[in-house]
Design a protein around this ligand. Structure first.
Ligand SMILES: [Zn+2]
Length: 224
């Protein structure tokens, strides 16, 4: 893997921009510590989503991670309060996490599993930020990121989506209780507990380019 060259030196500590793929554990620690800081202001306070977002943004904005409230949409995780995420084509590749009112009870409980899910969504976008940083020009970035997200099959087969999804699948498998050896062994037979992974197999054949690339990235994450 190529060595990561930070483009944002001078703006903030380079360490903070050594993104998910490169230093996932180090970055995780930062994200968890920020959620810990927010915890006493949110847990058991029965706050509406707008107030939850204000508290989160106060801590996360220096990382250019922004939480935004929206009406409930039809995304897969909307019932959990997640309308999805996004990475903006701006100077910082600002990351957005779109929350809806279904997040209120979950943040009120503030259990570890819910925070981990939120971090998983941020990770997906961090990988996009990392991809954008590595692309040479803004033209290439907007070309690569320009596809119809409502066409689910097209969305899934985008090269730039396969990388973050592979990461999420590994995390889902680990959360399911599989150790890395077991995930690796079973990749050969396309057997995996991740709902996302099995979702891919509904849209693409096992010997398709898309699934091959997906499996390759999963290997990469597991053997890092
Ligand atoms: Zn994505």
């Amino acid at each position: 893997m190529k060595r990561y060259k930070p483009l944002f030196s001078g703006i903030r500590d380079n360490f903070l921009f050594n993104e998910a793929v490169i230093k996932v554990d180090a970055y995780d620690k930062i994200l968890y510590s920020l959620f810990d800081k927010c915890k006493p202001h949110i847990q058991n306070k029965n706050l509406p989503v707008d107030q939850i977002i204000t508290i989160l943004n106060k801590e996360f904005s220096f990382l250019k991670i922004v939480f935004q409230a929206e009406k409930i949409n039809n995304s897969d995780d909307a019932h959990l309060g997640f309308n999805g995420g996004g990475t903006e084509d701006d100077e910082y590749n600002t990351i957005y996490v779109f929350l809806n009112s279904n997040c209120e009870s979950n943040f009120n409980q503030y259990n570890n599993k819910y925070i981990a899910t939120t971090i998983k969504i941020i990770h997906h976008e961090l990988i996009h930020r990392n991809q954008a940083i590595r692309m040479k020009s803004r033209e290439i970035i907007s070309k690569e990121f320009n596809y119809d997200p409502d066409n689910y099959r097209e969305y899934l087969q985008q090269k730039i989506e396969i990388m973050p999804f592979a990461f999420m699948m590994v995390e889902e498998s680990r959360a399911h209780g599989w150790n890395d050896d077991k995930i690796l062994q079973n990749l050969k037979t396309f057997s995996n507990p991740s709902a996302l992974f099995n979702g891919y197999l509904k849209y693409f054949d096992e010997d398709s380019k898309t699934v091959k690339l997906l499996v390759k990235y999963m290997y990469m994450y597991l053997q890092k």
